[in-house]
Write a protein that binds this ligand. Structure first.
Ligand SMILES: Cc1ncc(COP(=O)(O)O)c(C=O)c1O
Length: 466
């Protein structure tokens, strides 16, 4: 970026800050008060964006309403959890009924819903057994520990740009820094983590083969997302995931599919099944909870059994709030709803996703802005309702296959975060260019979003940024 461009971006950011202050005065006033005790004013970094984020007082269906009364079309949808939109009436109703009947908050006792949801998940995914926990980070942590104990090996293979939550085995090779992913995301980790977490290039079958040939006898597991959430939305190719299955089997390692984002997002079950792949362990969360905190590690009985009462080699206890009754009541309801209407729901969601990919591509072309619309790498795999749009350096028909290629092609000075703050001024809340479409997003919201895109591009043009 030249010094002239840096200065232009800086001026633009200053102008945005002024506009945010006048558009979101009530939120601004809250942030301007004494900083208080909440570190950074937010618990999860992804919920923050510069200059600040509007505070939300209600969230219904496709829309969140902020303190100043703006109705913002939302595609962040609770970190991609809300496949039926915000606060769906049916989920609220079952939660309300449970509370009215005098149950729901954590009792620490057994309840029937726990086993019912386990049955539903195993039925929908073909898994043999499962255990619940409360977050995706804990789920992937337990899955890795199970794999290390089962194989009696130390190494954990993951991809550059793969995100498996904030747990020791996931905190290497996540975000690009100075063009490279090869670093730890956090201090304070065990000194063995840098050598125990091994990185490979996403969708690179040859690199995967080489890695297994070189050190396959030390690899406990390969953990991978079928669609890289934090890594820009890139999908695994069918060949890649199938080769991962073949190599792990051949070398006695376990395949862990991190489907925190993808399970119940593309079908009423796991996405791996659409690839024809059965992982040894499947980690689920997000959509499964219907807006409540639920995660699960599901899969092979002989692996999960390491934490069973009689064997007890792995301490996987899920936590105080695991199998929280209200959470599982929400999970039961959403899984039933999605399964009952699977064909209709996922066909409609994919159609909306396709429409937005096409229309955003058209709006961008009209504005003369190159974009990279990340889609599936195999025609037989539905692209579905996750829509990721990257403002690009130049027009290119080629799909990037890994985060390194994607980043190399991204616009040099309009970052994802900057574009997000521009769209927020148009009452559109996004993540990675758009985000997760829900069943609640209708024509009106989709059209408003396209209008937002047009207005956003105009704003960038007026500022001389495109
Ligand atoms: C693929 C993936 N794995 C794991 C996690 C961690 O889940 P949680 O935030 O519930 O700890 C996330 C969260 O975004 C995720 O996207």
């Amino acid at each position: 970026m030249s010094s002239q461009q840096t200065a232009r971006v800086q001026r633009f950011e200053e102008a945005l800050a002024t506009e945010y202050a006048s558009r979101f005065p009530q939120s601004k006033a809250r942030f301007d008060r004494a900083p208080g005790h909440l570190l950074d004013q937010v618990s999860h970094a992804l919920r923050w964006n510069e200059p600040f984020m509007p505070l939300v007082r209600r969230a219904v269906g496709p829309v969140v309403e902020d303190l100043d009364g703006h109705r913002i079309v939302d595609y962040w949808q609770g970190h991609f959890t809300n496949i039926l939109g915000h606060n769906p009436p049916r989920i609220r109703q079952v939660l309300h009924e449970a509370l009215t009947e005098g149950r729901g908050l954590q009792s620490g006792m057994l309840h029937e819903v726990e086993a019912e949801v386990a049955e539903l998940i195993c039925e929908r995914t073909g898994c043999e057994t499962l255990r619940f926990t409360t977050s995706g980070s804990l789920g992937t942590f337990y899955a890795v520990v199970l794999a290390r104990a089962f194989t009696r090996r130390d190494q954990v293979l993951k991809v550059f740009g793969g995100w498996h939550g904030s747990q020791p085995f996931g905190l290497k090779g996540v975000s690009p820094r100075g063009g490279s992913f090869d670093h730890l995301e956090s201090e304070g980790l065990s000194a063995s983590i840098p050598s125990e977490v091994v990185l490979t290039r996403f969708n690179d079958v040859d690199d995967l083969r080489r890695t297994f040939e070189r050190q396959g006898d030390r690899i406990a597991c390969f953990i991978v997302e079928p669609v890289l959430g934090a890594g820009g939305g890139l999908s695994a190719s069918r060949e890649y995931l199938n080769e991962a299955r073949r190599l792990t089997e051949r070398h006695g390692a376990l395949l862990l599919c991190d489907e925190i984002i993808t399970a119940f997002r593309f079908r009423a079950g796991d996405l791996s099944a659409m690839y024809g792949v059965r992982p040894d362990l499947l980690i689920l969360g997000k959509v499964l909870g219907g807006g409540m905190p639920v995660a699960a590690v599901a899969g092979r009985r002989d692996v999960l059994e390491l934490s069973a009462r009689e064997i007890h080699r792995v301490k996987f206890e899920g936590g105080t709030y695991s199998a929280h009754e209200l959470s599982l009541i929400a999970a039961r309801e959403i899984v039933r709803l999605l399964a009952a209407d699977e064909e209709q729901i996922y066909t409609d969601l994919a159609a909306k996703g396709d429409r937005m990919r096409k229309e955003i591509g058209r709006v961008a072309a009209q504005a003369g802005v190159p974009v990279q619309l990340v889609g599936p790498r195999d025609d037989r795999l539905a692209a579905g309702s996750l829509v990721f749009v990257h403002l690009a350096r130049e027009e290119s028909a080629a799909q990037p296959s890994c985060p390194e290629e994607l980043i190399a092609g991204c616009h040099p000075w309009i970052s994802e975060r900057l574009w997000k703050s521009v769209l927020m001024l148009e009452d559109v809340s996004t993540r990675t260019g758009l985000g997760a479409i829900s069943t609640a997003h209708g024509d009106e919201e989709l059209e408003r979003t396209l209008e937002g895109y047009r207005a956003g591009f105009d704003r960038l043009r007026r500022a001389g940024l495109i």
